[in-house]
Every structure is written in structure tokens, then in C-alpha cells.
Design a protein around this ligand. Structure first.
Ligand code: 1HN
Length: 345
């Protein structure tokens, strides 16, 4: 394939191009290289956010920001390559939320998709559409588009968890709608697990389950169950053991434009570098290791987060013991647009 530089510069007559522009016309021959790069080129280099650097700010955020004054108390991971935009990597935002004992993050709903992954949130719960989802170690909780959700810390200690959302994608599409809930509505919080019971038993669903939900009808995915699956899974083509969180009715991604995975890395075992057109945010849920992404290499340990911007070869290696990653991605959006490409180095 020719590189951009090897393609012939288009001939142009500056006067003509200017006159066209004045008439709100652009000549394609003058724009072609910009409009159709020969391959994707991510704006952002990969970046690591270390939990040790974030944690002190979490304490300060709790001290300075009363939860009743803000919609959410989240610290968002930002890559400066986006020029000050609130973006972690293309289409995605990762963050950490902190709640003190008794804190309630009031209900709201929106068209962007979001998830929580419980890193240190025992005793807290997310309520999604009238179902209480407890946040045990390693649990994943979906807050699908336009589902009402709020968070509560019923424990006597500070809790933190990892959040991710596809806000930059929904902003690019200018398709965001947001509705605040009633902060004083007590009945919102006084619920039990409700219909989540229908989705707890793996591989078994009610005969009359609706066949065409836009997102998974199951909102709560157990960390303990995922750890059992990772222990049983054989290594995949890249050498890692990877599981996808799916909609139990369709077997498809959990939400239309946000996709989640868990990966177990065997100690010392190298992976085959792979690149894909989609973007990923990786949360280290257990262990220590090193990743190589494009031209960059970096070490990580538990609760660090790093980005894998699209079309960079990436591989990971666990040190000392096996390590686990939780990965959130826009992969399903690329699948649905028939734009997913993947290759090994
Ligand atoms: C979000 O939507 C929530 O709705 C919480 O509960 C934290 C952090 C970053 C982006 C979106 C919520 C968030 C978030």
C-alpha cells in the first residue's frame, strides 16, 4: 500500500481553488489525501494513569466536593493529546468515582452508555431501573442508554470504583440527551434486585424473554463468576485468556456502542502483538506486568489504567504472578459499521 507521502500531490491552481472556496466548493483533487488517509492514525499516544497518583486526589475530591452539590464525584482520565477535551482515548472516557459513607449520587439517565467496575466498592450499590446491584469485588454493572441509575454508599468506609462511558462518541454524533432524576425521591433507593433475578443464572433464560433488546437485559455481571471462567478458559490466538461480557439473549456485546472484556495473562508468557481498528481502555484488576503499545512500553500494577488507541500493535506480559485486565472498548460500534479489522504482527 502506498504511504500518504508517496501518493502524488494533486496539481492545483491556487486562484481556481480560492474561487471555488468562495463559492462554498472544495475540489476533491485538492483534498483527497486529507479526506482519505491510507490507514488510521490515532491522534493520541497510549497513556498510563497510575492509581498511586490518582488516590491522593480522590481524598481531596471527597473533602472539597459535597456529593449533593454535584451530579457525580468522578475524576476523569484525560490524554492531553486531545488538546484539553475530556477524552481518555478515541470515543471513550475512563474515570474513578469516590463516595464517602452515606453518599448518594442522585438518579439520572442519558443516551450515552456507561459501566462501573468495582475495584474497592464493597458495601456500595448502583440502582439501575429499579434493581439494586451490589458492587462486590470485580463486579461489572451496566448503565445502558436511557436507564435510570444512581449510586449509594451504604457502608461505613470510603468506596471507589472505575467508570467508563462512550461520551466522546455520542458527542461526535451529537446524540446526547440527559434527564435529571428527582434527588429527593426516596422510592428510587428503596428497591431490591427485582428483575435482575431473571438474568443471574448463566445459560438459562425465561422462555418468553424479549428477543430484541437494544442492550443486555442483564445489568449485573459477577466478578466471582468471571474469575471462575478465566480460570477455566484456554488461551486464545494471542496467548491470553479473554472473555467477553455478552447480552445473554443475543450473545452480542452488552450495549450497542460499548463493549467489555476480561483478560487473564499467564505469568511470564509473552503475547502475540495484535492491532485492531477499535479503541480500548484497560484497567489492571490484579497483578503486575508490562505492556507494549505501538512504540511505547510501560509497567503497571493493580488499579492502574492505560489506553490502547486504535491501530497500534499491543501486547501484555504479567510479572511475578498471573495478572488480570478489565477492558472497555468501542469494538461493537466498529463491528456494526463493518469497520472492524484486526491483524497479528
Ligand atoms: C457517568 O455517567 C456516571 O452516570 C458516573 O453514574 C461517572 C464518569 C465519567 C463519565 C460518565 C453516572 C462518570 C460518568
Amino acid at each position: 500500500m502506498p504511504t500518504d507521502a508517496q501518493r502524488k500531490p494533486p496539481g492545483r491552481d491556487a486562484d481556481f481553488v480560492e474561487q471555488l472556496a468562495a463559492a462554498n466548493l472544495h475540489p476533491l483533487w485538492d483534498r483527497f489525501r486529507t479526506l482519505t488517509p491510507v490507514r488510521p492514525q490515532a491522534k493520541d499516544p497510549p497513556l498510563v494513569w497510575r492509581w498511586a497518583d490518582i488516590e491522593p486526589f480522590a481524598g481531596r475530591a471527597v473533602a472539597q466536593v459535597p456529593i449533593d452539590d454535584v451530579e457525580r464525584r468522578a475524576l476523569i482520565l484525560v490524554n492531553p493529546a486531545f488538546g484539553g477535551e475530556t477524552v481518555t482515548t478515541n470515543h471513550l472516557i475512563g474515570a474513578f468515582t469516590i463516595l464517602d459513607p452515606g453518599d448518594r449520587a442522585r438518579p439520572h439517565r442519558h443516551t450515552f452508555a456507561a459501566i462501573r467496575f468495582a475495584t474497592n466498592a464493597e458495601g456500595a450499590a448502583t440502582i439501575v431501573n429499579g434493581r439494586r446491584c451490589e458492587m462486590r469485588e470485580g463486579d461489572l454493572i451496566l448503565t445502558p442508554p436511557m436507564c435510570w441509575h444512581g449510586h449509594i454508599n451504604d457502608s461505613d468506609r470510603r468506596v471507589t470504583w472505575f467508570d467508563a462511558a462512550n461520551i466522546p462518541l455520542i458527542r461526535a454524533l451529537d446524540a446526547n440527551f440527559f434527564e435529571p432524576g428527582d434527588p429527593s425521591a426516596n422510592e428510587f433507593w428503596q428497591v431490591e434486585d427485582g428483575e435482575e433475578k431473571l438474568w443471574r443464572e448463566a445459560g438459562m433464560i425465561g422462555m418468553d424473554a424479549p428477543r430484541l433488546p437494544a442492550h443486555s437485559p442483564k445489568y449485573h455481571y459477577s466478578g466471582a463468576a468471571m474469575r471462575r471462567l478465566l480460570a477455566a478458559l484456554p488461551p486464545g490466538r494471542d496467548g491470553a485468556r479473554t472473555a467477553r461480557y455478552v447480552n445473554p439473549v443475543t450473545g452480542d456485546a452488552v450495549m450497542p456502542a460499548l463493549d467489555c472484556y476480561a483478560m487473564r495473562l499467564t505469568k511470564g508468557q509473552p503475547m502475540r502483538p495484535r492491532r485492531t481498528t477499535c479503541n480500548m481502555i484497560c484497567l489492571v484488576t490484579r497483578g503486575k506486568g508490562r505492556s507494549s503499545v505501538g512504540e511505547h512500553s510501560f509497567d503497571w500494577s493493580q488499579h492502574d489504567v492505560f489506553s490502547i488507541p486504535h491501530w497500534n500493535f499491543a501486547s501484555h506480559q504479567a510479572h511475578e504472578a498471573d495478572a488480570d485486565l478489565f477492558i472497555v472498548s468501542d469494538r461493537v460500534a466498529y463491528e456494526r459499521l463493518d469497520l472492524l479489522r484486526e491483524e497479528f504482527q
